[in-house]
Design a protein around this ligand. Structure first.
Ligand SMILES: [Zn+2]
Length: 259
């Protein structure tokens, strides 16, 4: 009997001592497309010599790595500093038959007096909104595609955003991702501001035939937040939150509809 207990303990010990992270569930059927915003000549927001396109690429790469660790297949729309048209980004998700599309951006405001007041993490899903602030952020992120178009085509472009079967699913994904980013970040930064999940007409999410969100990971224009954004630890926490939120979303959908 004692010999049996001893043997069982040894087996248990060997089992526990194996610390290599192994995905418990087979997730290889799920492909995630991660989109680092901007790139190349399109720097995105720039502040104190630092550019949005660089920080979002770092976070996108860390997010891709964290997804792979969980057993997902991952595709990055850009893995280096290059420009991709906004319209091409969701097309990649369609071509690859992705489960979800996640675009990563960093925020900025124009009013210098409020630079160190406005802060926080926000996750957007595609929908028309009357909220002026969300509209302003969308206009900024849409600039790369709206440049040179006249007023009428701008309205056509924005209106084409508004009908999509995936709005509800994208809304659910946005909530799960936002909640999990906050959980992950607040373990080290308890006062990080929760800007919540919100609707906005982002062009990069147009035409997405799958659940699609845009995460604004923090404000480049806020000194404290910008300093955090460029640390590997903060980037890692954002990445982990995105993966945990997406996993929660996919697992729930799988239970509900065999997603
Ligand atoms: Zn951006």
């Amino acid at each position: 009997m004692y010999r049996l207990i001893f043997l069982v303990s040894i087996i248990f010990f060997i089992g526990c001592s194996d610390t290599t992270p192994k995905p418990k569930v087979d997730r290889s059927d799920s492909l995630i497309v991660i989109d680092a915003g901007h790139g190349g000549h399109d720097t995105g927001a720039s502040c104190a010599g630092l550019c949005e396109k660089d920080v979002v690429l770092e976070i996108a790469k860390k997010t891709a790595k964290a997804f792979k660790k969980m057993g997902y297949r991952v595709h990055l729309t850009r893995g280096d500093d290059r420009f991709i048209k906004l319209s091409g980004r969701t097309k990649i998700a369609d071509r690859k038959d992705a489960k979800v599309f996640i675009s990563i951006h960093a925020n900025a405001i124009a009013n210098k007096k409020r630079f160190n007041i406005v802060e926080g993490i926000e996750t957007y899903y595609l929908q028309k909104t009357r909220d002026a602030r969300s509209q302003r952020i969308a206009v900024k992120e849409n600039a790369a595609v709206l440049q040179g178009t006249d007023g009428l085509s701008k309205h056509v472009i924005i209106d084409s955003v508004l009908t999509g079967p995936k709005i509800i699913e994208s809304n659910k994904l946005a909530i799960d991702v936002q909640n999990n980013i906050m959980k992950s970040v607040r373990k080290a930064y308890p006062h990080a501001k929760n800007g919540r999940a919100k609707p906005a007409p982002f062009y990069v999410l147009v035409g997405a035939s799958r659940p699609s969100i845009l995460v604004e990971v923090g404000y480049m224009t806020n000194d404290k937040e910008r300093a955090k954004l460029f640390t590997p630890d903060y980037q890692e926490r954002i990445a982990k939150g995105i993966v945990a939120g997406t996993t929660r979303y996919i697992d729930n959908r799988k239970r509900e509809l065999g997603f």
